[in-house]
Design a protein around this ligand. Structure first.
Ligand code: ASP
Length: 453
């Protein structure tokens, strides 16, 4: 049995859904189909999820957004027209949207989540109706009925472990199960979503739940590339990588697969195959537990912007018991999460996502660290990019750091910090955002472009 997930661009129009239909029917093992909300049809198009978020936000501000409502409905309407579906499904979607808009606004985050989730929920209903209209036995299954329960964290919910046992029962359903991605229910019965692009997570949870043999994740590229194709022209495709490698690359900027989506499949030992809806015969990229290490130490290079660092220096920090705890306590009190903590004898650097802090908060944190921890120096640096070089073979390969730093030096990129050693499969460089493109190109060249003599 396989779980198959289709992303928003694979479901953005009627013609895309026809391709999905063909793909699902081409393999009788494709039992559970997880769907996203309709995504972009062309580059300036707006995803249904984004339309829904803006609709919900306006509604919360007391604005009647007829245009926004029509824009959402129009997306489903045009898909239904293309697929020659009866108007019944559109009336059903319209009623659902109207009910949601009238819903309880006391808790804005929950209100937004309920509207956001309707993007996938209504798409799943529409797709199930299409499969049925083609004479195929298929049914829409609601996450609550299936038992997909999540933690009470709006916009970033996590699956509750008790879900898995009940989800196993999906195997017993007759025909194809069409399941909306991106959300689950709290034990109190509220709809909450995973973080953005979270339909990948639903697919992985269901693959674990039904103990699938394979989790196929259909998107709009032939494979995961070894580097962002917007930075390097026609980069090398990755045919196979491990869960750990994929997790590091997704975390550090590869948007093809959600970084939180690996864990459920990994725990159940289910391989993931990332494939292209527009070219389904291409083998795609397989994510597995173990791979033969045949192509050098590095499998991929990822980069992401939007970080800042808080550098703290204090003489004899290494001997001060409790310094780290007190420092992290301050972050915790402000609800801030950190990404990395490189440290030295007398200094420590906290790396955070910049969008968590504004100037005021930053000032407060600097003052508290300076006064409460009696630091000699506290310095914040903005607009940093993190570059992650990833590969299982790296640890056993002498000279990877030397090669990387040499390539960066030759490209004139100043390394602000290096974090190597905490993770077994990656090495991180912090650099200025303005240097990101140059740095990634130089590293790609160093590790992937064969030297010609
Ligand atoms: N539609 C949601 C988003 O745009 C979830 C997903 O597509 O996976 O974030």
């Amino acid at each position: 049995m396989k779980v198959v997930k289709f992303g928003g661009s694979s479901l953005a129009s009627g013609s895309q859904i026809e391709k999905v239909f063909q793909i699902v029917l081409a393999d009788s093992a494709r039992k559970v189909v997880v769907v996203s909300a309709p995504g972009k049809r062309y580059s300036d198009d707006i995803k249904v999820t984004d339309l829904l978020i803006s609709l919900a936000e306006k509604q919360l501000q007391g604005e009647e957004d007829k245009e926004g409502f029509d824009a959402v409905l129009e997306r489903y309407q045009s898909i239904a027209n293309e697929l020659h579906l009866s108007n019944e499904i559109i009336l059903r979607i319209k009623k659902d949207l109207m009910d949601l808009l009238e819903g309880n606004k006391d808790n804005p985050e929950r209100y937004i989540d309920a509207l956001k989730a309707s993007g996938e929920d209504n798409n799943a209903k529409l797709i199930a109706a299409y499969f049925q209209a083609q004479g195929v036995k298929a049914e829409y299954v609601n996450p609550k009925d299936a038992g997909l329960f999540v933690s009470d964290e709006p916009g970033k919910a996590q699956v509750l472990a008790e879900s898995y046992e009940k989800l196993f029962e999906l195997r017993e359903r007759e025909g194809i199960v069409i399941f909306p991605g991106f959300f689950g229910y709290t034990l109190e019965g509220d709809v909450l979503t995973f973080s953005r692009s979270g339909s990948d997570i639903t697919g992985s949870i269901l693959a674990n739940g039904i103990k699938a043999d394979l989790y196929e994740n259909f998107t709009d590229v032939d494979a995961v590339y070894s580097v962002n194709p917007n930075i390097v022209d026609s980069p090398k495709e990755i045919s196979e990588l491990t869960y750990r490698e994929m997790r590091e690359l997704s975390y550090a900027g590869f948007s093809v697969f959600h970084d939180e989506a690996l864990i459920p499949a990994f725990r159940a030992g289910i391989p993931v195959n990332i494939k292209n809806t527009n070219n389904p015969t291409a083998p795609g990229t397989r994510v597995v537990n173990y791979r033969e290490n045949s192509n050098g130490p590095v499998i991929g290079i990822a980069s992401d912007k939007g970080f800042c660092s808080i550098y703290i220096s204090k003489y004899l920090m290494n001997r001060e018991i409790g310094f780290g705890r007190k420092l992290l306590q301050i972050l915790e009190e402000y609800g801030l999460s950190y990404e990395h903590i490189p440290s030295g004898i007398d200094d420590i650097t906290l790396i955070l996502r910049q969008n968590q802090m504004d100037t005021k908060l930053e000032g407060q944190i600097i003052t508290r660290i300076t006064e409460e921890l009696k630091a000699d120096e506290v310095k914040v640096e903005h607009n940093l990019s993190l570059i992650m070089i990833v590969g299982e073979g790296m640890r056993h390969n002498v000279g990877t750091t030397a090669k990387a730093t040499k390539a960066l030096a030759e490209a004139g990129v100043n390394i602000e910090m290096i974090n190597q050693g905490s993770s077994e499969v990656s090495m991180m460089f912090g650099i200025k955002e303005v240097d990101e493109t140059r740095a990634v190109q130089a590293l790609y060249h160093e590790f992937f472009v064969p030297v010609t003599v």
